[in-house]
Design a protein. Structure first.
Length: 206
C-alpha cells in the first residue's frame, strides 16, 4: 500500500507509523507527506526518511477547486492508494474525499462521537474532557467523510482521566495510545480486515 500522509504538527504519529512499517508490522510505504505548514516538524521527519514533502495550503491558491486539484495531482503523481491524516488541522476538500472514499483515516484525541467537530483539536479536546468531568477519555481512528470527525469509527482505545489530570498530562496519556492504535488500524486496512457498511466500520479477525 502506498500511503500519503497529511500533517500539520510535530509529527509524532508520522514517526509512529514509519516505525511500525520499518518494524515489519504491515507492508506499506509512505510515498509523500503534505503539510499546510512549511515549518511543521512532520516535514523534517519525512525528509529524514527520504520521503517527498510538499507545503500546500488553501491560501496559496485562487480557489478551492485549484487547491483540491493541486492536492489530487500530487497524490496521483506519487501513486497514493490511501491517505492518513496524522495531526492534520485542515478540512480535506470534498473532491479528495470523493476520489478516496473509505481510503482516508484520521486519528482524534477523544472517544468520538464525544468531543469532536470543527474546532475540536489538540488541547481544546483535553480541556473540554476535563471541564466536563469525564472519567474516561481515549483516542479514535475513524474514516474521513465530508463532516468533521463524523466518519465511521474503526478503532478506539480508552485511558482513565485521573482527578489531578491537567490538559497536558491527559494529552500525554492519549498520545501514547494514539501511537499504539494508529499503526494497528493501518495494519487492518492493509490486510483487508476493515469492513464498512453505511455509517459503521469494524475490524475483523481475518
Amino acid at each position: 500500500m502506498n500511503i500519503a500522509v497529511f500533517a500539520s504538527g510535530r509529527g509524532s504519529n508520522v514517526q509512529a507509523i514509519l516505525d511500525a512499517i520499518d518494524a515489519g508490522l504491515f507492508p506499506a510505504r509512505v510515498v509523500v507527506l503534505i503539510s499546510n505548514k512549511s515549518d511543521a516538524g512532520a516535514i523534517e521527519i519525512a525528509r529524514a526518511h527520504t520521503i517527498s514533502t510538499y507545503h500546500l495550503s488553501r491560501p496559496m491558491f485562487s480557489s478551492e477547486e485549484a487547491y483540491a486539484g493541486a492536492l489530487l495531482e500530487t497524490l496521483e503523481e506519487h501513486h497514493a492508494d490511501f491517505i492518513v491524516l496524522a495531526g492534520y488541522l485542515k478540512k480535506i476538500p470534498a473532491q479528495i474525499i470523493r476520489q478516496y472514499r473509505n481510503r482516508i483515516v484520521n486519528i482524534h484525541p477523544a472517544l468520538l462521537p464525544l468531543f469532536g467537530g470543527e474546532g475540536m483539536y489538540g488541547h481544546r479536546v483535553h480541556e473540554a474532557v476535563i471541564a466536563n468531568g469525564e472519567k474516561v477519555s481515549g483516542a479514535t481512528v475513524h474514516l474521513v467523510n465530508e463532516e468533521y470527525d463524523r466518519g465511521p469509527v474503526v478503532l478506539q482505545q480508552t485511558v482513565a482521566v485521573a482527578p489531578d489530570d491537567t490538559p497536558d498530562s491527559l494529552a500525554a496519556k492519549v498520545l501514547k495510545i494514539e501511537h499504539e492504535i494508529f499503526p494497528l488500524a493501518l495494519k487492518a486496512f492493509v490486510e483487508g480486515r476493515v469492513r464498512i457498511e453505511g455509517t459503521k466500520a469494524w475490524i475483523t479477525s481475518s
